[in-house]
Design a protein around this ligand. Structure first.
Ligand code: AMP
Length: 518
């Protein structure tokens, strides 16, 4: 080990959550452990507060946000990959990537106090994240100064934690992941040391926040009825109301009823909410998760009788209604051997250890037994979205999505197609690339414009160009083109409809490195 390496810590796994984030690492004995932050907590609220002097992340940011909500960013994960999102404060602009980078800075710098400087990380993403959101997550890591050795789907990570624990039996199981802001269901088959994802689907806009919102609206409705003023009209009062509603929601996971105080403009309300009321206010949200679960099972070609276990992950699965639904649907007890909050970070840490095991001579850090275990595990994932391009239909003359790689294809996936130039002397080809399997272009996620340039001049129309569309193992899209006549790889360019370019990532990393993050 070189001098510079001596203090370098093993790669970590990071669960970059909508509401909470955490860092884990596989220790020498082979067990994944979640590393506490400077406040002594295993999870850090994913909240960034831009103070005049420094940036606060986590619990302190949450406290400050109550007083100055306009200086705080919540739920930035929901905006990942959205090029329109900018948070402006003190004359500076922050993209979702930069805000996420600040969260990553805080949690890795805190974890480093326990394990030494952290340089390499696996970061988890919801399975349903499209290419732009995956890229944004990788860029956030780079801006935070991390080498992102991989991104991995949250349910796959949870499955790894479950499978690695030795308690996971062979067979088909479902990871039902209901977090703060996203929902995923994944069907996974465990065969010995192999974890094979069969199908995945989800909703990037559904999570615990929506349950909170229902309670916020109900409390505001009662408050309005009593005092004729709406606390939702004031940002600070709304921030408090959100917090109290979340607390009340959690209390209702433990108790049949709870009392919730609401104050605004000198009025004080105190409302009793029962679990039954809360469950009826949110029944449609739960029903949406049931629909998605049934759909994913169908896509996987599995029926409930073939499902061995349901593994819940994400804080929102603590709601008794969720557990009830899972038991009802599966007809068996829910698997609780892996902690719902830690499974994703722990699985990411295991994935990081496996990558390190395969890539470098770091295995000396682990006992022979642990190294052997790491070496045996294999995971394979599927594409959460179809990959296609927009073409003009010959018959209808309308534009439609021509799916090249189907949804739920095993990753990595690669399909080559031959195209021809349309006119004499054509030197470039332009394609509109989309994700999703809807036939209508507007119903798909636009990835961007793929351009092939530099085709030799003077060729007649009909010159063949072979385009290879690929998903890599982490679900990122790659497209290459080959001039069939010369066998040469063509110059190509992907003009993304959003996202940061390489230079901006470097510049942002430099800009943010000058900020102190606490
Ligand atoms: P995650 O994104 O997995 O960290 O999940 C965070 C979400 O879980 C938030 O919406 C929390 O309000 C929710 N949550 C955490 N604990 C509980 C609980 N005991 N009952 C209901 N929801 C909870």
């Amino acid at each position: 080990m070189g001098e510079g390496d001596s203090k370098m810590s093993r790669a970590v796994g990071i669960d970059l959550g909508t509401t909470l984030s955490s860092v884990a690492q596989v220790h020498e004995a082979g067990e994944p452990v979640v590393l506490p932050n400077a406040e002594g907590e295993l999870r850090t609220p994913s909240i960034v507060f831009f103070g005049p002097e420094n940036v606060l992340v986590g619990q302190d940011a949450l406290r400050e946000a109550l007083v100055n909500p306009e200086r705080a960013v919540f739920n930035v994960k929901r905006s990942m990959g959205d090029s329109k999102f900018h948070f402006a404060v003190d004359g500076e602009n922050y993209t979702p990537e930069s805000v996420s980078a600040l969260i990553l800075r805080k949690i890795t710098q805190d974890a480093a106090r326990h394990v030494g400087p952290i340089e390499r990380a696996v970061i988890t993403v919801p399975a349903y994240f499209d290419d732009a959101r995956r890229k944004a997550t990788e860029d956030a890591g780079a801006i935070a100064g991390l080498q992102v050795i991989d991104i991995i789907n949250e349910p796959t990570a949870a499955a790894l934690a479950y499978g690695f624990s030795g308690r996971g039996q062979d067979g088909v199981f479902i990871v039902y992941d209901l977090g703060g802001g996203t929902f995923d269901v994944t069907v996974i088959e465990k065969r010995g040391h192999e974890l094979i994802t069969l199908a995945t689907d989800g909703d990037v806009q559904l999570g615990g926040k929506d349950w909170d919102e229902r309670l916020v609206n109900e409390l505001a409705r009662r408050f309005c009825a009593e005092f004729k003023v709406d606390p939702r009209q004031d940002r600070s009062a709304l921030a408090y109301l959100n917090l109290t509603a979340e607390e009340a929601k959690k209390a209702l996971s433990r108790r049949q009823s709870t009392r919730v105080p609401v104050s605004y403009k000198g009025h004080w309300g105190n409302y009793e909410v029962t679990r039954e009321e809360f469950e009826s206010l949110t029944a449609d949200l739960l029903a949406m998760t049931q629909l998605t679960t049934d759909l994913v099972l169908e896509e996987a070609g599995v029926t409930w009788s073939g499902v061995q276990r349901v593994v819940p992950t994400g804080g929102s699965t603590r709601m008794p209604a969720v557990m009830k639904l899972l038991e009802q649907m599966s007809g068996r007890p829910v698997e609780l051997s892996v902690p719902v909050d830690d499974a994703v970070a722990m699985g990411a840490a295991i994935h990081a250890a496996i990558i390190e095991f395969h890539s470098q001579d770091r295995l000396t850090e682990y006992s022979a037994e642990v190294a052997a275990k790491l070496g045996r595990i294999h995971t394979s994932d599927v594409a959460a979205h179809a990959l296609g391009l927009i073409i003009k239909d010959h018959q209808t003359l309308e534009y439609r999505n021509d799916v090249i790689i189907g949804k739920n294809s095993r990753l990595p996936a690669s399909i080559a197609k031959n195209y021809q130039t349309a006119v004499d002397g054509q030197q470039s080809i332009v394609m509109q690339i989309v994700q999703g399997d809807a036939p209508h272009p507007e119903a798909c996620i636009t990835l961007g414009q793929f351009r092939v340039t530099g085709l030799p001049a003077g060729r007649p129309a009909g010159a063949p160009v072979k385009v290879t569309f690929s998903y890599d193992a982490k679900g990122r899209v790659h497209i290459t083109a080959l001039d069939v006549q010369t066998g040469q790889t063509m110059t190509t360019e992907m003009a993304r409809s959003g996202g940061l370019d390489a230079q901006t990532v470097t510049d942002e990393a430099r800009r943010l490195s000058l900020k102190s993050v606490e």
